[in-house]
Design a protein around this ligand. Structure first.
Ligand code: TZD
Ligand code: CA
Length: 529
């Protein structure tokens, strides 16, 4: 009879979870024993980096990923990064080892006394099997829950379970499949089509799910059919629409009042694949202007339930888009033929520092059009969108819950998931420190990724916030004295300092077959200017 370990390995293999991101401890070693050929263990040196690498990899491949963490201390280290995976709806299956059952109640070292309580409310499901024979089924549940809920899950397994004979029934779970459909029924479809057809001046708001669910190009077809302007939903973690398309209006500002102002004059706002809404700065006001209705289509039942206004249809956004494309007549518009708007010339820096716009213009001009960017640079948002020209699906990733430490590791994860695309991480000198150990993984795995490190010496976004909140005298906002070329070299990643826009352009013009870091000194900017 096969062991628990053998069955779980087989289950993971059959479900395609053969690239494992992890940082093991003693409790985890028995699971890792006898890993079949074909499995790849990508070692990260800190659990925050492990989870963020896995998040980037899972988003890039569109597949669930197994994350292997140590018990309480290791899992705890991963929690901050898990906030981003929750907001991005990434199906990570986090598995941690556990002490042997008799030792848990004694609170022996490395026991995870209440694993579910440690990980909730972030994970959508958490469990520890009540007996060894139940481990393969519990692993299948963790995996299916992650896929069905589109949310990370957590499984804790006592380490002496792995060698146990799994018994006759346990193998039945290995070949299971669970499918899901989210197509509106006829009546719901009819209602949705009617509402959109009747709107005089509809507006589309697209969320990150549009890109994660492969709907980027179809969203363009829908917007052109409706001749409707398009906003990206606030606090965006993916780009759902080409950012220089003539119908694109930008990313909605993350406050109640400015969102409402942006909807002024539209009788219908159709939100696809986003919560309503992920606000940030508290700017009170009416949720919607008078005369504006809102319909949200999302497959995230919780996002529909918690929205404070509008009507919701819980269904796959892709199904709704297909339905509207099939059943609506095109509105007269010459927009489809209009070209993408040209970027303005970049603002320039001073005192030997580049303006971030000069850096982004260099990326836009020198990088191939299919480059995927992972951005964690918080004060340069406006500069970024002013200069970039992103027209392909999967071009942009940002920490979905705003938790720093995602960008650098996720760049590595996205590059591992997309060996066919150039990947650039655009990382601030504050943000880089939270996930810095991913440089080591990039070096060891020879991941072709370029990290452009923007060194402005400060937490720029917090400087802007301190003005907004009327707290100009707060401590702890500057980060001087960091040389990321030396830090990167120490982790085994070749690094250069680019002192001018020309130098940066010539570095970027040479493709790389391994990791590299380019440090640039930049001027301090505000996220909204
Ligand atoms: N810690 C974590 C894990 N996430 C956070 N979001 C913060 C702290 C707070 N924070 C922000 O929200 S932005 C920011 C911090 C510290 C500054 C980031 O600095 P940076 O980028 O150098 O990466 P800018 O462009 O200088 O703002
Ligand atoms: Ca900074």
């Amino acid at each position: 009879m096969p062991s628990v370990r053998h069955l779980v390995h087989e289950l993971l293999e059959r479900r395609g979870l053969t690239t494992i991101f992890g940082n093991p401890g003693s409790n985890e070693l028995p699971f890792l024993a006898e890993l079949p050929a074909g499995f790849r263990y990508v070692l990260g040196l800190h659990e925050g980096a492990v989870v963020s690498m896995a998040d980037g990899y899972a988003q890039a491949t569109g597949r669930p990923v197994l994350v292997n963490l140590h018990a309480a201390s290791g899992s705890g280290n991963g929690l901050g990064a898990l906030t981003n995976a929750v907001a991005a709806r990434t199906p990570l299956v986090v598995m941690a080892g556990q002490q042997v059952r008799p030792a848990i109640g004694l609170e022996a070292n490395l026991a995870n006394v209440d694993p579910g309580a440690l990980m909730r409310p972030l994970v959508g499901w958490a469990g520890e099997p009540a007996c060894a024979e139940d481990v393969p089924r519990a692993m299948a549940q963790a995996l299916f829950e992650a896929e069905l809920q589109r949310r990370p899950t957590y499984l804790s397994v006592p380490y002496d379970d792995w060698a146990v004979d799994a018994g006759d029934n346990a193998a039945a779970v290995v070949g299971r499949s669970v499918r899901r459909a989210g197509v509106p029924d006829d009546e719901q479809a009819h209602w949705l089509v009617e509402q959109v057809a009747a709107a005089e001046n509809p507006l589309l708001v697209l969320g990150g799910d549009v890109d994660t669910q492969g709907l980027f190009d179809r969203a363009v077809d829908l917007a052109e059919l409706l001749a409707a302007p398009v906003w990206a939903a606030p606090s965006q973690f993916r780009l759902p629409f080409p950012n220089r398309h003539p119908l694109f209006r930008g990313v909605l500002p993350a406050g109640i009042a400015p969102v409402s102002a942006a909807f002024e004059g539209h009788d219908l706002v159709l939100v696809l694949g986003a919560p309503v809404f992920r606000y940030h700065e508290h700017q009170p006001g009416p949720f919607l202007p008078a005369g504006t209705r809102l319909i949200q289509v999302t497959d995230d039942a919780s996002a529909a339930a918690r929205a404070p206004m509008g009507e919701a249809l819980v269904a796959e956004p892709g199904a709704a888009i297909d339905l509207l494309l099939k059943q609506l007549d095109p509105r007269n518009s010459d927009i489809a033929g209009a070209g993408h708007t040209a970027p303005p010339s970049p603002r320039t820096g001073e005192g030997g520092r580049l303006h971030p716009e000069e850096v982004f213009a260099a990326l836009r001009d020198q990088q191939p059009a299919d480059t995927a960017y992972v951005v964690e640079s918080t004060s340069t948002t406006s500069s970024w969108w002013r200069q970039m020209d992103l027209r392909r699906p999967g071009s942009y990733y940002f920490p979905a819950a705003g938790g720093l430490g995602y960008g650098l590791p996720a760049s590595v994860g996205v590059a591992l998931g997309h060996p066919d695309r150039p990947v650039v991480g655009v990382i601030g000198d504050g943000s880089a420190n939270y996930g810095i150990t991913a440089l080591w993984t990039a070096a060891q795995e020879r991941v072709p990724v370029t990290i452009v490190l923007l060194r402005n010496g400060t937490y720029g976004a917090l400087r802007w916030f301190s003005d907004l909140l009327g707290t100009p005298d707060v401590p702890g906002l500057d980060v001087p004295g960091l040389d990321f070329t030396r830090i990167a070299e120490g982790y085994g990643v070749p690094a250069v300092h680019a002192a001018s826009a020309e130098e940066l352009r010539s570095i970027l013009a040479t493709p790389t077959d391994g990791p590299r870091l380019v440090q640039v000194d930049t001027t301090v900017t505000a996220p909204n200017a």
